[in-house]
Structure formats: structure tokens, C-alpha cells
Design a protein. Structure first.
Length: 346
């Protein structure tokens, strides 16, 4: 890996971050807070929340097996994705390399930050071509984006290929593991010691069933997390979100039940969809969704919408002609989908 200072934007490396009123007061017990111009009434919502979410990170550290200093929490993973650009990429000068097809936010945030986005096609079976990815980098490439399991294809990439990218690329490699809770593969957050250039993304929006509270996680070296903390909005995770996340962290048995039900449904639904005359291929998945190639994705998409069932039409995405992306729902929802598809007449 190149030196972190060399990878970081000069203005960010030199940045003096905003100092919160409560930063100056540390430790000693106090009960009268006249330092932050808050209204003294309406406890607890009158107070600014903990800018570094220490209580929540301590609890999360135990669940994720990652030390608190290596955790960043943000307003969804989307905040972490945007921060990667703002911390590392000089607009109109640096570039990033990503796979295609993949999650759309990497490209949107590149555009917002005026950073060149280079995409490298996956193989037709959606496997990762690490050589092609590395070949697309140059001296100005700061970031490689990998999403595994990948959205919208559903497959996780071979660990060996991802590790090759991590060792052979001198910049930052982001591995977005939003869906890692839906498979038994070793998560990359367990390997931060081996890869100083690794940033792993997780989210509360998928298995954790909390998309509404907007909470995303990034795991990386203490040095990278310190850069994120310097650049983020001081109070980027509000109190209600922190409290609700703490409650969810007490719900691990429920989470495990949801996972078991979803994986069981996935096991049943994929072959049932594959058998339908309207489906030509169901692609293997390591996530809570799958990609299905249909005889007529547009027609089937609109037919389902007319019946109140919404799937994602990905037919205009590279390598995904005639493909629908379907999330695993409840058993009732999945049965409704199957029933509707069985009655479809072109
Ligand atoms: C759903 C998803 C996320 C989650 O984003 P949030 O902002 O945390 O809701 C992140 N990455 C990928 C690839 C996703 O599909």
C-alpha cells in the first residue's frame, strides 16, 4: 500500500476538524450543561448526541468482532461511500475503478464529487476478472470498489481474487459487504490486520431490518477511520437512530430467526422460479435477492406491478438484459409472486 498521507487529499490531511462544545469537556462527572446553547427542557432530545457514538460502537464491536477505533458509523452506507471520495479523491485529477454491473451509488457519488469513474465489466457468469480490474488502474487511481455479494448479480466473488486486488493495488480497496449476513463466507472485516488498505462496508438496512433509521458502518484501520471522523458532519448519527440500533443489538435471536426463514425461502423460491416457462436462468446468489433472466422482463415487470407486486427491472443494466432482481420476502409474499408468475400469459 502507498503511504496513507500520499493517498489522502492534501486539504483533508491538513484539515483542522470542527470542535464540538462537548469535546472540550471530557471525563469528570457533571450535571449542569451550559456549554452548547441547548434548551435545558425536553430531555433527552434537547441534547446533542455523542458525535462518536461510543456506547453504540462498544456494543457493535462485540457483535462484529472489530475494535471500536476501527468502526465508523454514518447516515447509511451512502455517507461512508461519499466520504471515501471526499477524503481520498482530488476532483478532476484522481479516478476510481469499479466493476460493472454493481451498486449505483459508487458512480453517483463519483459524479457528485467530479471524480472519474472507470468501470470494468464482470465476466458473463458475473465472476470477477481481477487482472482486468488491476489493468484499469493508473497512478491517479485512489479507490477500487468491490461489492460482494454484488448488487444486482447476487454472487459473492472468490476470496482469492479479492485478496489479489488488495495485495496488488497500492490504493484503497472498498469491499461492500451489505449482504454478508446472508452467507457463511468469512467476512472481510475479520481481515483488517492483514490489509491496511481495506475498507469494509456493512449496513443496518438489510438483515438488520432497519433501513428506516439510516445507519451504515465502515470498518478500516484506525488511521482511515480517524480521517473519516475528521471530515464527517459532527453529529451525523442522531440520538433516535443510536438508541434504536442499541435495541436491535439486543435482538440477535430474532435476527437469526429472520435469517433462517429468509434463507429457507431462498432455497425454495429459486428452483420454483427457474422452473417457470417465463424464466430462462436463475443466477446463484449469496444474498437476500437473486437475479432472474426472463423471456420478457419489461412485460413481466409491468404485469406484476398491475398485481401490486414490485420487483426491480434491471433489464437495461450491462450484462443483465431481460433480468429482474427479486428480493426474498415473507413466505406469503413469495407465494403471491409465484402464483402471479404462473398465471402470466405473454
Ligand atoms: C442496500 C445496499 C447498501 C445499503 O445502503 P444504506 O445506505 O446503508 O441503506 C449498501 N451497499 C449495497 C451494495 C446495497 O445494496
Amino acid at each position: 500500500m502507498r503511504e496513507l498521507q500520499e493517498l489522502t487529499r492534501k486539504n483533508i490531511w491538513a484539515l483542522t476538524p470542527y470542535s464540538c462544545a462537548r469535546d472540550e469537556f471530557k471525563g469528570r462527572a457533571a450535571s449542569i450543561f451550559l456549554d452548547a446553547n441547548e434548551n435545558p427542557y425536553n430531555t433527552p432530545l434537547n441534547r446533542y448526541p455523542d458525535p462518536l457514538q461510543e456506547e453504540l460502537k462498544a456494543k457493535l464491536a462485540a457483535v462484529k468482532g472489530v475494535r471500536p477505533e476501527r468502526i465508523f458509523l454514518g447516515n447509511g452506507s451512502d455517507e461512508a461511500i461519499d466520504l471515501v471520495y471526499r477524503v481520498f479523491c482530488e476532483p478532476r485529477q484522481d479516478n476510481v475503478v469499479a466493476i460493472s454491473p454493481t451498486y449505483g451509488m459508487y458512480g453517483v457519488c463519483a459524479d457528485v464529487n467530479d471524480v472519474e469513474y472507470r468501470s470494468v465489466k464482470l465476466r458473463p457468469d458475473f465472476s470477477l476478472d481481477a487482472d482486468a480490474l488491476l489493468a484499469a488502474t493508473d497512478a491517479h487511481t485512489k479507490i477500487i470498489w468491490l461489492c460482494s455479494p454484488n448488487n444486482p448479480t447476487g454472487n459473492a466473488f472468490e476470496r482469492r481474487q479479492i485478496e489479489r486486488v488488495l495485495t496488488e493495488f497500492g490504493g484503497i480497496v472498498v469491499v461492500d459487504e451489505a449482504y454478508s449476513d446472508f452467507n457463511d463466507l468469512r467476512p472481510f472485516r475479520a481481515d483488517l490486520d492483514r490489509f491496511p488498505n481495506l475498507i469494509v462496508l456493512n449496513t443496518f438496512s438489510k438483515l438488520w431490518a432497519s433501513a428506516a433509521i439510516r445507519l451504515g458502518m465502515a470498518f478500516a484501520s484506525e488511521e482511515i477511520i480517524a480521517l473519516f471522523n475528521k471530515v464527517k458532519y459532527p453529529y451525523n448519527v442522531n440520538l433516535l437512530t443510536q438508541q434504536q440500533a442499541m435495541r436491535m443489538l439486543d435482538e440477535i435471536p430474532r435476527l437469526n430467526q429472520w435469517r433462517a426463514t429468509i434463507l429457507n425461502e431462498r432455497r425454495n423460491l429459486l428452483p420454483a422460479i427457474a422452473e417457470l416457462p417465463v424464466c430462462t436462468v436463475v443466477y446463484p446468489t449469496d444474498a437476500n435477492f437473486f437475479l432472474a433472466r426472463m423471456t420478457d422482463a419489461d412485460g413481466i415487470y409491468h404485469y406484476l406491478v398491475d398485481r401490486g407486486i414490485v420487483v426491480r427491472n434491471r433489464s437495461r443494466v450491462e450484462l443483465c438484459g431481460n433480468c429482474l432482481r427479486i428480493t426474498i420476502g415473507t413466505p406469503q409474499e413469495n407465494n403471491a409472486l409465484l402464483g402471479a408468475l404462473r398465471q402470466y400469459r405473454p
